[in-house]
Ligand binder design. Structure first.
Ligand code: PAF
Length: 293
């Protein structure tokens, strides 16, 4: 496995690949868990070469968020990537991606219908930061496809929209969320939870399941489910931020006839912010199989 820190060195290695070799990029911020490794395995199935990137991107963190304390575990990450057969790891420094400083970089502006709701409502500029760094990685690596997790569903939609709007010749592949045995979605931030918070954490996914069931059975309206879900989260020890039903294709408000609904939620346990989502009708086509817009 090649570990590459400089953009020029990565370009030289990529230029040496056979012309017909397809390249998959899996962007990460490190502190890898089974969810990330599932992305790597999917990338391996779909391309000749897998480039994983590890970069804790300062411009997607807001003031007071966890940029400084975000876990940096590069050596352990490299071991895991070796074991799943990743060929190249790109480990750029902040100075190489943002030579004039992170604040001075030209940024993408994600349309507000997508970026200013759900997670974007409490994290202004977050998705602009994500789209900017991923567009830089796309330009640097020039992959045929890129793999992202459905756990960060709004991010997935933002990146699909970016690829379409800016004509990136990159297929965006979505991989379902990996979960712990008790249902908790795997996340690097789970490591912040205290023992008692960890015991409460599965309530997030449980609540999504209860809400989805109620919608499927037609027991409650969308508005009722949204209010009830917030109450269930509060009762479960969360400080909920949102619980919202959306059209899974574009995150718009669900119309009466839409049948591909998704419930998304975010909430805090202590200082740790967790997010998760669940399709209401799992038999509806997966987001990865439908044209997003
Ligand atoms: O999902 C993440 O880990 C990050 O948002 C990403 C896509 C690597 C961009 O920094």
């Amino acid at each position: 496995m090649k570990v590459i820190e400089e953009i020029d060195a990565l370009h030289r290695i990529l230029a040496g690949l056979p012309g017909e070799a397809s390249v998959a990029l899996v962007p990460t911020m490190g502190n890898l868990h089974q969810g990330h490794l599932a992305l790597m395995r999917e990338a391996r199935k779909r391309a000749h070469q897998v480039v994983a990137s590890i970069f804790v991107n300062p411009i997607q963190f807001g003031p007071g968020e966890d940029f400084e304390r975000y876990p940096r575990t590069v050596e352990a990450d490299l071991d895991k990537l070796r074991k799943v057969g990743v060929g190249m790891v790109f480990l750029p420094s902040v100075a190489s991606l943002y030579p004039r400083g992170p604040e001075s970089v030209t940024r993408l502006k994600v349309p507000s219908d997508l970026a200013d709701q759900l997670c974007g409502a409490s994290r202004p500029g977050h998705f602009d930061g994500v789209a900017t760094v991923v567009s830089k990685l796309f330009n640097i690596v020039q992959p045929d496809l890129a793999v992202f997790g459905e756990k960060d569903y709004q991010q997935l939609m933002v990146l699909r929209r970016m690829v379409q709007d800016l004509n990136f010749p990159v297929d965006v592949v979505a991989v379902p969320t990996e979960r712990e045995d008790d249902g908790l979605a795997m996340s690097s931030r789970n490591g912040y939870l205290s023992e008692s918070e960890r015991r409460c954490a599965p309530r997030l996914f449980e609540t999504l399941g209860i809400c989805a069931e109620s919608l499927r059975l037609g027991r409650k309206s969308v508005e009722e489910v949204e209010q009830w879900g917030m109450q269930l989260l509060r009762e479960g020890g969360f400080e909920p931020e949102y619980l919202a039903v959306r059209d899974a294709v574009d995150l718009s408000m669900p119309g009466p006839d839409a049948r591909d609904w998704i419930i998304l939620a975010a909430g805090r346990l202590g200082t740790t912010r967790l997010i998760d989502n669940l399709r209401v009708y799992p038999d509806a086509l997966l987001a990865s199989e439908r044209p997003p817009f």
